[in-house]
Design a protein around this ligand. Sequence first.
Ligand code: TXA
Ligand code: MG
Length: 331
Amino acid sequence: MERGCDLARAAAVLRGGGLVAFPTETVYGLGADAASDAAVARIFTVKGRPRAHPLIVHLADGARLDDWAIEVPQAARQLARAAWPGPLTIILRKGPRVAAAATGGGETVGLRVPAHPMAQALLRGFGGGIAAPSANRFGAVSPTTADHVAGDLGDAVDYLLDGGSCEVGVESTIVDLSRGRPVLLRPGGLARELIEPITGPLGAPDAQAPAAPGTLASHYAPRAEVIAVAPDEVPAAVARARGRGANVAVLAPAAAFAGWPELASGSHGTYRASPLPDDVAGIARGIYAALRDLDAAGIDVVIAALPPAVGLGEAVGDRLRRAAAPRREHQ
Ligand code: TXA
Ligand code: MG
């Protein structure tokens, strides 16, 4: 795999039907030409992702929205103006330019204008849309550094654009505006509180909502067992896990450890404290790297403190709950 900061090279790889992993402000994406069925098909092969699961199409700006979507409602235009570039994906009825492979054969498409300067430069240099899921193996925790991508996908990627650590750290918020009633399909890097003034209250997905693997109960899962609890339940959860003889880590804001003197002391034997920043933006930024580090350290059980479900706390809580959901074999 080639790796570096050569944007011209990365754009050329995309033009040739290849795969480019690139940084966005949320997580790294695994990109292909969104207008090419053959290029997009390679993404599914490399990720081991079921073909019916649609991809987000990334655009350089919202000006070309009508190239990629049809019947765009007014609320979508307003939301795009307010939130793009940024960590928001809008589901709309798909336009003719979108490769069928990118939509899982469905009638809708997820569109997003990422804010990361390298993603912006890549999109402008390439000139088209880039279909990209997160650049991890299917079902695993999303990558927030180039090293994470290299470790997960390695030589399957033709070019890895290295843009350092992602600023937001959790995936984009996904809002479905394709069926009238606005629905929050996935909380993410743009808080609900910033969307609802424009769209009105966001509903929860119902049976008719488009399928999204990010909404499968067990997704975003590290190797370790994750137990997500309210902060005041952490000490008891640790005691139970240690009673089972597990290697245990506690993932919580640094300030919370001050209330648990017996859990505060770094790393020893079968226990590890994994303090996160105290602000929820800092937690979002660091959560996936922390989960990967705990896997690498051989931790069996992660006790994670759930943040209040306001602002980015809704997305962080969602990911921790999914990581904690019972799962089948790792995919
Ligand atoms: O922040 C992000 O959104 C990152 C970066 C790379 O942009 N991308 C990302 O992609 O998280 P992915 O594929 O890992 O997650 C996208 C989610 C999936 O759950 C997918 O099913 C859903 O978006 N999705 C994509 N297109 C959709 C559509 N047309 N209808 C419903 N859900 C859709
Ligand atoms: Mg993903």
